[in-house]
Design a binder for this molecule. Structure first.
Ligand code: SF4
Length: 133
């Protein structure tokens, strides 16, 4: 699938991050406070700045960290929808060019990634609870 550089997926992003994503980007020199937002449930998400992901270059309409981007961004436009399960995000303008085979392959990876991210969020909640006792 060829990205059309519309920037829709990098606008007001809610992309979840795994610890591996965070560590990889820290090794690239980005402090976690710059790009990570932890929600109340312990999930790590990409930060937005002026309505876009902090890594989105608005002028060039491209990702500044493309080679090191989070796994969720690599697997996009395949996402997990609470009601429908694995789907191609309908906001992606290139979605029509997506094969069923690729959807299945990426879908498996999305589920695996979400399992890991859920476990990491649970770990953060547990740590918080034990620190507040
Ligand atoms: S990391 Fe890159 S691909 Fe992912 S949302 Fe941000 S700008 Fe878009």
């Amino acid at each position: 699938m060829r990205c059309l550089r519309c920037g829709a997926c990098c606008t007001e992003t809610e992309m979840l991050l795994s610890s591996e994503d965070i560590e990889r980007l820290e090794r690239k020199g980005y402090p976690r406070e710059f790009f990570v937002l932890f929600d109340r449930e312990g999930y790590a998400k990409l930060r937005n700045q002026h309505g876009h992901c902090v890594f989105f270059d608005v002028e060039a309409r491209r990702c500044k960290i493309y080679e090191s981007r989070p796994l969720g961004c690599r697997l996009y436009p395949v996402i997990y929808d609470e009601e429908k399960g694995i789907v191609v995000d309908e906001i992606c303008r290139a979605q029509g060019k997506f094969s069923a085979k690729l959807l299945e392959r990426k879908g498996r990876k999305v589920l695996k990634l979400l399992e890991r991210i859920d476990a990491e969020a649970e770990g953060r909640r547990n740590t918080r609870q034990s620190l507040s006792k």
